[in-house]
Design a protein around this ligand. Structure first.
Ligand SMILES: NC(=O)c1ccc[n+]([C@@H]2O[C@H](COP(=O)([O-])OP(=O)(O)OC[C@H]3O[C@@H](n4cnc5c(N)ncnc54)[C@H](OP(=O)(O)O)[C@@H]3O)[C@@H](O)[C@H]2O)c1
Length: 254
């Protein structure tokens, strides 16, 4: 039986990804802050599938949380076959008026913890010469994002970091991939304060993303973009002057 560790599994994409992996006979380690929510998900998954679910309640925006998660897993003698760095959130508005503490929390969660968890579990995967690491980037990774400047930059980091190490690891049996969802139905838009933004009109479900993540895990690509529209927009961006791209991006975020 293989085990998948999913951060940010209490809602949205992480939660739905957990159901897809459970359906495919993976034991799960689910990480998030909301205890009651994760307990309910554990009970539901274990009642529907023949898998074991371990939950870890922690705030992953705390610097040392990655080491604590890793230690807990070692103590339980769990071998993580698939690491899914999914936990993340966005902050919107003018950078000049932003709450720098909230922004710092986001930088720590979206980039630092993702990097540290990757480093910790990669060492074990390389020893076994087997494993998958899936980092959730975004279509926000491809260009600067006015009014979500720091969020967009964190996702550019996730994409570039992930593709670079995927290349470094190409001759091993450890597969690393960045997944880039476009706007998706989840709690993300509410948390980021962009529920009314144009980009959140008519979006795919987190369930669809969960399946996409599972199906993409062993792709030979270093990154995959979800959805035809998002792939077309990314390619159009390659031929668009940067200032125009900034203006278009700003108009769909606000
Ligand atoms: N939805 C979109 O439009 C979209 C588009 C592109 C990329 N993404 C990316 O997809 C990933 C998943 O987002 P989502 O759309 O599923 O949003 P979501 O529904 O808000 O889920 C975010 C998850 O992250 C967890 N989380 C947030 N802060 C945390 C912290 N400090 N410590 C531990 N866990 C934390 C939340 O759990 P708790 O609150 O219980 O801690 C929740 O389970 C994110 O990386 C996001 O950037 C989303």
């Amino acid at each position: 039986m293989k085990t998948a560790l999913i951060t940010g599994a209490s809602s949205g994409i992480g939660k739905e990804t957990a159901y897809v992996f459970a359906k495919n006979n993976y034991d799960l380690v689910l990480v998030a802050r909301r205890k009651d929510v994760l307990e309910n998900i554990k009970t539901d998954i274990e009642s529907r599938f023949k898998v074991k679910v371990t939950i870890i309640i922690t705030d992953l925006s705390v610097l040392n949380s990655s080491n604590e998660v890793y230690q807990l897993i070692k103590e339980k003698n769990i071998v993580v076959d698939v690491l899914i760095n999914n936990a993340g959130f966005g902050v919107s508005g003018n950078f000049a008026e932003s709450d720098i503490e909230k922004v710092t929390e986001m930088l720590l969660l979206n980039m630092i913890t993702l990097t540290r968890l990757t480093k910790l579990f990669l060492k074990d995967m390389l020893n076994l010469n087997s494993g998958n690491i899936i980092n959730i980037a975004s279509t926000a990774s491809f260009q600067p994002v006015p009014y979500m400047a720091c969020y967009g930059a964190t996702k550019a980091y996730v994409l570039n970091f992930t593709e670079a190490i995927a290349y470094e690891l190409r001759k091993t049996k450890v597969k690393v991939i960045a997944i880039c969802p476009g706007a998706t139905e989840s709690e993300f838009s509410k948390v980021a304060g962009v529920e009314n933004a144009l980009m959140f009109k008519s979006v795919p479900s987190s369930k669809e993303l969960g399946q996409f993540i599972f199906d993409s895990m062993n792709s030979s690509k270093y990154s995959k973009i979800h959805g035809l529209k998002n792939r077309i927009l990314k390619n159009l961006g390659l031929f668009t002057p940067r200032r125009l791209e900034l203006a278009v991006t700003a108009s769909i975020v606000k």
